[in-house]
Design a protein around this ligand. Structure first.
Ligand SMILES: *Cc1c(COP(=O)(O)O)cnc(C)c1O
Length: 383
């Protein structure tokens, strides 16, 4: 089956007792067992360990990205935490992309360091730098591509080859492109992590996460943490995410088309200093974007002339664009990473990796691009 058919049908089937076309929201805590000897026969025992609505979403995601399993979590951070817990021992070392979601940085530096784990934040756009950072105790490589918020890309195939050579699991945070545009496992990654909060839900309706996993051995480890720590996604969130995922490709194609138009508009504007969108020929890694993904996504960033002060003025002047954290939803959002999503990263570290004070991040939604551009034009007139 092709992707668009799978996004509608994988993991779900009409309810066998009623014929209901949508998977029911199974809000039950526990599942009655036919007899002591036939415990687990129907696959479910207690909703922390597995739930039929959650399982439908997990099965759909596994099918969409070619995994053996895709445990779903309460949030994207819970999914990343499960990967850390599954693969990092006390005294271990992990390699993380130097540009990554602020929460990933915080979890690493403020939680896992307390348990004696050491982290190297490496420019994973340079595979040689990844290889150089490997130590005898490196137990995990986590890359984020495109990275939040600078959109720096990592060559998934090249880093996966290095990881495999050293026997280290490689997880890719694939939140920005989703399986629709980027098949991380096919490119060699062992795991693909998602904040389903973003494009998979797509409607600003839930927070959730998932890890699509290539091998059963790794899946068993992550499932064990999901049950042990009790961080499974809730049935209601799984149900909403299931419905959202059915329209993923249609939303992303339109949002990406809008993003391309907006990027071109900004690039031509005389008050705009820089624009970064992987679909622009001027994007430094445009060729890698074309090679490893089938679309450029709908995230972009720009800086206006006048730096941070002008950027803030612009964001405060927007009307149709909501000033908010989150991304990937049908509503267009503007974010100031330095005060919002990436505040947990120290200023010197942010400056080192290009998260400038004037950086305006746009998550392009599903509205008519003419209205989105008109609103940007009005705000640009204010600065
Ligand atoms: C939002 C985000 C996360 C964290 O997900 P939550 O659902 O907010 O916990 C992780 N990685 C990336 C790239 C994100 O954008």
């Amino acid at each position: 089956m092709h992707f668009r058919t799978k996004q509608v049908h994988a993991g779900v089937a009409p309810d066998p007792t009623t014929g209901a076309i949508l998977t029911p929201i199974h809000q039950a805590t526990t599942f009655v067992q036919p007899s002591v000897d036939r415990y687990m026969e129907r696959g479910f025992t207690y909703s922390r360990s597995g739930n039929p609505t959650v399982r439908a979403f997990e099965d759909k995601l596994a099918a969409l990205e070619g995994g053996v399993d895709a445990p779903a979590f309460a949030t994207g951070m819970a999914a990343i935490n499960a990967v850390f817990m599954a693969f990092l021992d006390a005294g271990a070392h992990a390699i993380i992309s130097d540009v990554a979601y602020g929460g990933t940085y915080r979890l690493s530096t403020q939680v896992y360091t307390r348990f004696g784990v050491e982290f190297s934040f490496v420019d994973t756009a340079d595979p040689a730098a990844v290889e150089a950072a490997v130590t005898p105790v490196t137990q995990l490589i986590l890359t984020e591509t495109p990275a939040n918020p600078t959109l720096k890309l990592t060559d998934i195939r090249a880093v996966s080859d290095i990881a495999q050579k050293h026997g280290i699991p490689h997880a890719v945070d694939n939140t920005f492109l989703t399986p629709y545009y980027q098949q991380a496992l096919e490119l060699g990654a062992d795991m693909s992590v998602h904040s389903t909060t973003k494009y998979l839900d797509g409607h600003n309706a839930t927070v959730g996460g998932a890890v699509v996993i290539a091998t059963q051995d790794h899946a068993d480890r992550v499932r064990f943490i999901q049950n042990s720590t009790g961080t499974i996604m809730s049935p209601m969130v799984a149900w909403l995410s299931l419905q959202g995922t059915k329209t993923l490709s249609v939303r992303m194609d339109q949002q990406a088309a809008n993003a391309m138009e907006i990027a071109e508009y900004l690039e031509a504007h005389d008050k705009v200093e820089t624009v970064a969108y992987p679909g622009l020929a001027s994007f430094p890694q445009h060729n890698l974007a074309k090679r490893q993904a089938s679309g450029f996504g709908a995230m972009l960033w720009f800086e206006v002339i006048g730096g941070a002060a002008a950027g803030k003025k612009l964001m405060d002047s927007l009307g149709l664009w909501a000033l908010a954290e989150n991304l990937g939803s049908v509503e267009s959002l503007a974010t100031h990473p330095v005060t919002m999503t990436h505040a947990a990263i120290p200023p010197e570290e942010r400056a080192r990796v290009g998260i400038t004070d004037g950086l305006v991040r746009l998550s392009v939604g599903l509205e008519d691009s003419r209205d989105l551009i008109a609103d940007l034009a009005r705000a640009l007139d204010q600065v």
